[in-house]
Design a protein around this ligand. Sequence first.
Ligand code: ADP
Length: 610
Amino acid sequence: MTLSDKPRVLVVDDEPMNVELLQAYLSEDYEVLPAYNGHEALDIVFKELPDIVLLDVMMPDINGYQVCEKIKSSEITQFIPVVLVTALSGREDRLRGIESQADDFLTKPVDRLELKMRVKSLFRIKSLHDNVIMERDQAQNYLDVAAVMMLALDCSQNITLINKRGLEILGYGESEVIGKNLMEQFIPDSSRSEMEIHFLNSLNASGAGSTYYECPVITKNSEERMVNWYSKPLTDEGGKVIGVLFSGQDITIRKKAEEKLREQTHAMEASVDGMAILDEKGIYNYVNAAHARIFGYDNPRELIGKKWDLLYNPSQVSLFKSTILPEFKKKGKWQGELIGRRKDDSTFFQEISLTAFDKGLISVVRDISKRKEVESQLNDYAARLKSSNELKDLFTDILRHDLLNPAGVVKGFSDMLLNEEKDENKRYKIQLIDNNITRLIEMIESAAKFAKLEDMDKLEFKSMDIGPILSNVVKELKPQLSAKNITLDMRASGTYPAVINPLISGVFTNFISNAIKYGPSGSVVTVDIMDIGDEWKIMISDQGEGIPDMDKDLIFNRFQRLAEKKKAVKGSGLGLAIAKRIVELHGGGIGVEDNHSGKGSSFWATVKKA
Ligand code: ADP
């Protein structure tokens, strides 16, 4: 039927009067299309697809039977009912008509009522048929455009129907699939029994069909694709189960994506850095636990669906828009520092990197407020250190210039007075002044020297022989040696090239003068240099009281003087500390041990050989 309201009837007769008559009978209910020979009739049939054809049999050229056969042999027109209108009523003629697949017969002269009845009932059949076809086509369309694959199996698991999507997934043509056993041809061995259970369950309608299950299929190029299936029994009109209808969705890509996402999500979840995925509108699509935690949220879900600017103050948002975003758009990434805003509105420094992803971006955030805090503490400390160093420098200057000068003046006058004064009592008092001022000057000098050495972190070295340096020190200490009648036993007589700075002579001076100071009159001080591989070990031994083990380390510390010795001998208590610092700056070692060849101590220092 066409869109015209009335059904259309093609009336074919070579006698125009007959056409006119039938037209008169039918025109009230139908639109009549006239044709006056077989050819004209066929033209109209194929062009207009009328709803019914009334066909005269006896026509010249091609008769009604032939026209009818042509109509019935075309797929397009085969369902158009054809009524043969004939004057012939013999059995042979009827058989011929049936042979040509005519749907009905009318005998001339045509009875008006009979004509109307026949046409009406044929038209009803045609309409029903058209509806069936339309529904079938529609169903087929649905099947074909469906994103799911559809398979109908008969009771022996053979495929009786498959839609386009099914063929696409399997990679076969329809003829290669229809009639084939689904289980044997398209399901991998490992999943066959499982799929068969679903088939049997559906066939027996025992509840299956209500759940989805995953099972792979094998495609034409031997690839396995994972399909999410749903199956239900297929019944005929009488309700008898005649097979199983499977519908399946190809979830191979989804499966792989899920796997990937799971791996990535796992890595992202485990990260200590905050990670988030934002869409093109800046909405959080994914947020890991660390990201939520960094911003003070208990659960990532609190942030998903929210816009990014929730987590930043307006000043940061405008900074982002004005400077960061343009750069990000140009390069597809950005890295730097921002100030984030926590859920409780407190702020924190963060290191953030943004990378373009899909249409949005991935952001990785690290809370660096702790680092910033430590940095600022370090800065403060450095500043304090600097000012304390400045203070120390100031004291060193005061020591050297402001104290040493007046002390020197006092020393000068006390020496002068000592020379001039004859009165013993007064001389004794002047001598006390002189001794103490001498000690004061020594202390100031060594304190200034120590402060200077403390500040130094590097010395310049050159290759020098230690032998002459030691001899020189001994020469300078001659007066002290003879004052206490101490013999110096110099055992080092070779050459001892070492990587040293002239300051090293201070160490030897200290060791030897201490040995004299703390050694008894008339004793022997031994000087020796030993080869200990990469280094020279310079050792000064005396025959004094020795140093108890518990004090052996302490005496190298600043102002550490041993209690009993305090009164007997004078000293600043800084000499060994200075020596230690000088040796440290040389990268060498320093220490004291008991004098192995008898009473007393052996002080030693090591320096690198040249
Ligand atoms: P000072 O000799 O000016 O007091 P030192 O730093 O040179 O300062 O020595 C620290 C202390 O170590 C001395 O006061 C003394 O008690 C002890 N000491 C140093 N050398 C010897 C030594 N050869 N024998 C015994 N005691 C020593």
